[in-house]
Design a protein around this ligand. Sequence first.
Ligand SMILES: NC(=O)c1ccc[n+]([C@@H]2O[C@H](COP(=O)([O-])OP(=O)(O)OC[C@H]3O[C@@H](n4cnc5c(N)ncnc54)[C@H](OP(=O)(O)O)[C@@H]3O)[C@@H](O)[C@H]2O)c1
Length: 334
Amino acid sequence: MKKVVIVGFGNIGKGVLKAIVDFPDMEVVGIITRSRKRVIEEDQHEGLSVYEIRDLEWQKLDADVAILCGGSKDDLPVQGPYFQQFFNTVCSFDTHGHIDNWFNEKGQPQLGYFQMMNAMACTYGHVATVCQGWDPGIFSVMRAVFKSCLGNCDSFGFYGLGESGGLSMGHSDALRNVVGVKDARQYTHAIHETIDKLRKGEITSATKDQMHWRECIVVLEEGADEESVRETIVNMPEYFKGIKTTVRFISQEELDEKHQGMFHDGLVLGAAPFGAMEYRNSWDSNPLATAYILLAYARATIRLSSNGGEGAFTPLDIAPRFLLEDEGPNLNLV
Ligand SMILES: NC(=O)c1ccc[n+]([C@@H]2O[C@H](COP(=O)([O-])OP(=O)(O)OC[C@H]3O[C@@H](n4cnc5c(N)ncnc54)[C@H](OP(=O)(O)O)[C@@H]3O)[C@@H](O)[C@H]2O)c1
């Protein structure tokens, strides 16, 4: 039985604990959190040992892989390289523009998340499978397949296909980190006109703002200024800047009553002059679905490590057979 430790107990951390029942070759051996008190009070830890990060008690845990479930904006860039010293890791880092090396607003070069994780994993002889989930993750694999099989055509990812859009957890997390915001949800809406034009071959490219618009539902902290919060949100680089974004302020009661669902869906579309390929997924719960994918890639992480692998791997680097419980030839799946 392979041993999994959960780092960060939010939606995805809780999802991992629910999903593990469908992974009979793996078990959760502990939860590491910044707030042991909160996790114990929430009482969803199913009697598992809960460790406060700063107590370092968790260092005695014997685990094959740590699933890093912190937020992409502020948690993973710090927690990822730190925990990489101690464990093989898998995470769902989804700030696309910061995966590879990037430049900040002042023009300063910044190490990409991949480069940081790769350096730490190589230094400590571990494996880091980064950016797993559905996007990045399964969508990345589909983009690569479509691009190569359709003769180098562009492929496009669309999110929030239904009328209410889809809940983006990364963007909701980013909203909750804005000073003055108490709670928030962000729904992404696909622009269907653009999907139809791409499918019909009427256009061969689309800009970010032709593909989606973003709806932010925000609960303010007491005394916070609506206008300055709105300005901060719509100008947030990587998340909202340059894309149509609406911001609506509501009460905590309304948010609790009407915005608890975590559905999401999406489509990858590759269109060439001679035909098109599509992949679609639809989730009742985005975090639970992401947790399932993370567990499949946790299995692959353990396999890579036991085969002598070291360093960081993206979704494109992982052979599908490593995801299966039985890694054999699996010719029945071919
Ligand atoms: N690649 C993909 O397809 C994909 C899909 C979905 C999500 N994601 C990524 O996954 C990340 C995590 O999503 P999530 O929904 O699990 O985020 P979340 O619920 O906000 O949890 C993030 C962290 O916040 C802390 N936390 C949880 N509840 C809290 C509370 N009540 N008060 C204070 N802190 C709390 C937890 O850390 P501690 O326990 O240490 O406090 C947790 O690890 C997102 O940022 C997103 O980028 C990726």
